[in-house]
Design a protein around this ligand. Structure first.
Ligand code: ARG
Length: 570
């Protein structure tokens, strides 16, 4: 069990014994080393409930709490905080144990069936910067869930159906007739733009486009064949980007909106049978009093348009049914832009009302903000277009290569290229993950590629330092850990915290918490490294070497959980 959970349980038991049954102990990291390692700050609230003076309750708790073998020193501070210093033996045993296990001593959590849905791109267009955050955050969350012992299903719910595809197919047909199809499909954006142009300029073309949508949804063989060709080209583009970004997603994890087509009619029927549907201006809707506007007008969640067409929302309802009935999910994380939050709130509400989503199923919109340009508006190219991921990833690696080359560290061109890829892509990902996912941030190449501060290159470099000590030390006689110096102690506490951090990140789906932790760990390591020699006069301090080893492994694992690689030299 994690350290903070142990402390929490022990204090909860003590509080219970004193009659404060429902007061949480609230265990936190000590804010300063002189306050010990951890702090219990739930005394004041509990004292209020019991009608006791906080310091009086604190005294009783210190008497009562059973921390034998865990803490050696408890101190009451301020209005009634309890400062906790861990016992040296306990600390040492925990770290020795972490070193001996493959997952750094982190206990797997009871396995739930968790889907992480991310990188749900729209196949009509090429991948652009708007897809970056969801892809990066979703992938980190997938890795984190796997590491914590969850039964993970990856999913990309790509947009491959609907009105836009009629337009694209109509254009594809024209291009086939003039033999330009293969050539034009290579540039998806241009293809889309041309199709849109034709759609807007020609009434005849627009009619054909609408006709294609109908034929597509009815399963017309010829139209389906064309659609398959288009989807394949676009998918292979996305898969290529996924691979360059190093995402876990594979082709088999992609289940497009089209997959649910046959279930849309039955689904609307099911809503009808449950008495949830209302007719509104020819459309079929679920009225939601929960989302009424100021005038008291209820919100209408449209599931079928006038004329019979289905929508994004209908497919999402069908996907929920499938995920519960067929995939038997306990939890589903929808990693999607925050601008869709109203859609998801209403979607989950309708799904609950309809009984598609049982009460115990935990379906969450894991929302994220936008990447901005220096002007504070969503990032665009100089000519005002959205930045393509193809170009962005290339630039990241090229910029990193210039920096690596300037370091002049004797890498051959091939090795340098590899390091540049690891650093460039890592910097891009880390810049994103280190921010709270719901805040927007300004894209800045120089800041993300800096070797100083809370960046990937800084952490990757810290890893190479810790790792180099290990290589230099070679094989050393086994020696027990000894935590003596203050900087050894601070590093040890940081290392010990990994499990608690992972538990929080798993619960709240907040990768930036892991980033902040890794940065703190690297900083603690750096202080330790400067003041506590590991190798002096050819003599290796085996205890300190162990701290180096656990630091290197934690940094590598932690970065790996964010989808970021490390190298031995950079
Ligand atoms: N394809 C959608 C878009 O580009 C995102 C899909 C998100 N996932 C979902 N289940 N609705 O906006």
């Amino acid at each position: 069990m994690s350290v903070m959970r142990i402390l929490d349980q022990r204090f909860a038991a003590a509080l219970n014994g004193l009659g404060a049954t429902d007061s949480p102990p609230v265990i936190q990291l000590a804010s300063r080393p002189e306050f010990g390692d951890f702090q219990m700050s739930g005394v004041m609230a509990a004292a209020k409930k019991l009608g006791l003076a906080p310091r009086e309750l604190a005294l009783q708790l210190v008497e009562r709490v059973d921390l034998r073998g865990i803490a050696e020193h408890l101190q009451i501070a301020g209005p009634g905080f309890i400062n906790i210093s861990l016992s040296k033996d306990f600390l040492r045993e925990r770290l020795e144990h972490a070193l001996l296990t493959r997952n750094l001593g982190v206990e797997p959590q009871p396995a739930k069936r968790v889907m992480v849905e991310y990188a749900s791109v729209n196949l009509a267009k090429e991948m652009h910067v708007g897809h970056l955050r969801g892809s990066i955050i979703g992938d980190a969350l997938a890795r984190i869930n796997l590491f914590m012992g969850q039964d993970v299903i990856l999913q990309s719910h790509v947009g491959d159906w609907g009105t836009q595809f009629g337009m694209l197919l109509a254009y594809m047909k024209e291009a086939t007739d003039t033999c330009r199809q293969d050539y034009e499909l290579r540039d998806l954006n241009r293809f889309y733009q041309q199709a849109k142009l034709r759609f807007d300029e020609s009434e005849d073309f627009a009619r054909r486009a609408r006709d294609y949508v109908v034929r597509l949804q009815q399963g017309d063989a010829e139209v389906l064949r064309m659609w398959h060709t288009f989807v394949e080209v676009s998918l292979s583009h996305s898969l290529d980007i996924f691979q360059r970004l190093g995402l876990l997603l594979k082709q088999s994890d992609i289940r497009g909106e089209s997959f649910y087509n046959d279930d849309l009619q039955p689904l609307v029927q099911a809503l009808q049978d449950k008495g949830l549907l209302t007719e509104s201006q020819g459309a079929r809707v679920v009225m939601l009093a929960e989302y009424a506007n100021k005038e008291g007008q209820e919100a209408a969640f449209i599931v079928q348009k006038q004329g019979g067409g289905f929508l994004y929302a209908t497919t999402d309802l069908a996907a929920i049914r499938f995920r519960i009935r067929q995939l038997k999910l306990d939890r589903c994380l929808y990693v999607v832009d925050v601008r869709q939050s109203l859609h998801f709130q209403q979607l989950f509400l309708v799904a609950r009302k309809a009984g598609f989503l049982p009460p115990q199923a935990d379906f969450e919109h894991v929302s994220h903000g936008t990447i901005k340009g220096a002007d504070g508006k969503p990032l665009k190219t100089k000519s005002g277009e959205s930045v393509k991921l193809d170009a962005l990833l290339t630039e990241a690696v090229e910029r990193a290569e210039v920096l690596i080359a300037a370091k002049n560290n004797g890498l051959d061109p091939e090795a340098r290229r590899h390091v540049a890829r690891v650093v460039g892509i890592g910097a891009l990902k880390y810049a994103d993950l280190s921010r709270h996912r719901n805040t927007d941030y300004v894209f800045d190449w120089d800041a993300m590629l800096s070797f100083e501060g809370n960046t990937a290159p800084y952490l990757q470099y810290a890893y190479t330092r810790a790792n180099r000590v290990l290589t230099r030390a070679g094989s050393v006689k086994e020696q027990g850990l000894q935590i003596i110096e203050p900087h050894e102690h601070s590093l040890a506490i940081e290392l010990l915290r990994f499990e608690d951090v992972m538990l929080q990140v798993l619960r709240e789906s907040l990768p930036h918490v892991l980033c902040a932790y890794l940065y703190g760990l690297a900083t603690a390591f750096s202080r330790f490294y400067e003041s506590c020699p590991v190798i002096a006069d050819e003599r290796v301090d085996g205890s300190r070497l162990k701290l180096c080893e656990l630091t290197a492994r934690t940094l590598k694992e932690g970065l790996g959980l964010l989808g970021i690689e490390v190298v031995d030299t950079m």
